[in-house]
Every structure is written in structure tokens, then in C-alpha cells.
Ligand binder design. Sequence first.
Ligand code: NAD
Ligand code: 0WE
Length: 262
Amino acid sequence: MGLLNGKQALIVGVASNRSIAWAIAEAMRKEGAELAFAYQNERLGARVRALAMEAESSLTFPCDVAKDEEIDTLFSALEKHWRHLDIIVHSVAFAPSEQLKGDYLDAVTREGFRTSHDISSYSFTALAKRGRAMMRGRQGALLTLTYLGAIRALPNYNVMGPAKASLEANVRYMARALGAEGIRVNAVSAGPIKTLAAAAIGDFRRLMELVAENAPLQRNVTAEEVGNAAAFLCSDLASGITGEILYVDGGFNFSYGDPPPA
Ligand code: NAD
Ligand code: 0WE
């Protein structure tokens, strides 16, 4: 019955019960997947262990995705519990906070550019490189989270835009590299959702109002809706889909600029 019965999924990027990664975990659990969780550092350990228990999982591992040794340790630990892996969810992004406000050129620095691309794009590749052996030949799926700022120059998103553009190209190159092994690679491009990563941003409420006023669905999307799309993309129902960016944004991406309704 469950779309993901018998599948084992590693979820990277839960920081709180509002994280998009947590909504994905809940949707995948509901569809029958067995879950494991990787969290950034011990500051988040207790919270993630408690959430994992709610998802009937005792598999929680620390992993700073900026560090290859920690990625290696993560998979070495996971291999002790699971022989195979079917799904990796990457729900991670970071730019130093001073990068995310004001004029792009004034804000951006070589170090800010490097860090944002490393954590927000390369880390997806790094997880795939190390996870590949465990996933081979199992109709596996990799999934990441992106945002409209990848394809539109938006205020304040700044260097995260180029980082997400890199991530989206990464999805296509990874899909090409892994297709022969039966592994699919996709992204969900989510509309704005109030999470920790979003709460830190000024004007977030205004952005959400703009979406509600202009999206065809005339509202913002929920983390649960993103979770459901993620579960679908990682299920065998999506067996023909790879290298794709699926918008879960109420249609805002193609309709902003419409005149307001009469
Ligand atoms: P969140 O703060 O709950 O999640 C971000 C996660 O990234 C956290 O769990 C954090 O621990 C993790 N992270 C950052 N640096 C890391 C590192 N070095 N190593 C390991 N983990 C690290 O916020 P969220 O909104 O759920 O973000 C998840 C993803 O969704 C991000 O890729 C974000 O760009 C994307 N996204 C968010 C929105 C939104 O409006 N919230 C919209 C579209 C896409
Ligand atoms: O991808 C994101 C945000 C990712 C993010 C958030 C933070 C906050 C805390 C990356 N790095 C950091 N660094 C921090 O120190 N989103 C899609 C959410 C978001 O962020 C914006 C947005 C939206 C939407 C920033 C400016 C404008 C819009």
C-alpha cells in the first residue's frame, strides 16, 4: 500500500520540527519508508533524536557536510545498520548571514561565494559519491531542495541564487552519471515556508504575502505539500523522472507579473 514500502531513506537537514526535511521524513514514513537521520552538529543532536523517535527511527548520526571525513564516518556508521540504501534527501543550504541582505555585489565576497556553493551545492555531490556503492542497482533516488532564486535574480537572496543554480545543474549532471545504475536525481523547488533558515530573513512575511497575492493557488504552500511531492519523486511511481526540477510553489514561478484580479 505505501509508496515507499521496503525502502530505506537517509534524511539530511532536519534542524527542527519546522524543517522541510522533517516534513519529507514524515511523508516518507507515512508511505512506509524506514528512516535514518543526519544532523549538522551536537547542538541539534537531542532534538533530532527526539524527532527520529517519532518516526520510529533510532538511526541518527552527526555530519557536517562541509567535511569529507564526517560524510565518510556517516556512511560507515549507516553501513553497520543497513546493507543497502534506496533514498538520500539533501535539505541543506548555508550562506554567511551578511551575504543575504542588500546589494548583491556589495554583499558578496570570495569566501561567502565559496562557502555557499560548498555547503549548498557541492555537499549534495559529496553525499552521492560516498552513498553510491550502497545504492547501486536498487531503483534508488536522490532528492534536493532548491528555490526560485536559482533562475530569477531576486532581492536579498544574493549569492544563494548562483549557489542554487549550481545545485540545479548538479542535479542534471548527477542524473546523467547515475542513470546507468538505476539511480534517479531530482529537486523540488519549494515556495517560501517559514523554517529556521527562513525566519532569519527580514521581509519574509512580505515575500509570503506577495506569493499569496500572485500565485495561481492564491496561497503559500505547506511543508507537508513539499513532503508529499518529495515522497512521490523518490518512489517508483516516478520511475521515469530524473534530472528534473519540480516546482511546489502554487504556480508562483510562472505567474508573478499577472495583473491583480479585477
Ligand atoms: P532549516 O533551517 O530547517 O534546514 C536547513 C538545514 O541545513 C538545517 O538542518 C541545518 O542544520 C543544515 N545545514 C546547514 N549547514 C550545514 C552543514 N554544514 N552540515 C550539515 N547540515 C547543514 O531550513 P529549511 O527551510 O527546511 O531548508 C532546507 C532546504 O530547503 C534548503 O536547501 C533551503 O534552501 C530549501 N528551501 C527552503 C525554502 C524556504 O522558504 N524555507 C524554500 C525553498 C527551498
Ligand atoms: O534557501 C533559502 C535560505 C537558505 C539560507 C538561510 C540562512 C539563514 C541563516 C542560507 N543561509 C543562511 N544563513 C544564515 O545565517 N530559502 C529559500 C529561504 C529564503 O532565504 C531568503 C529568501 C528565501 C525565500 C533570503 C532572502 C530572500 C528570500
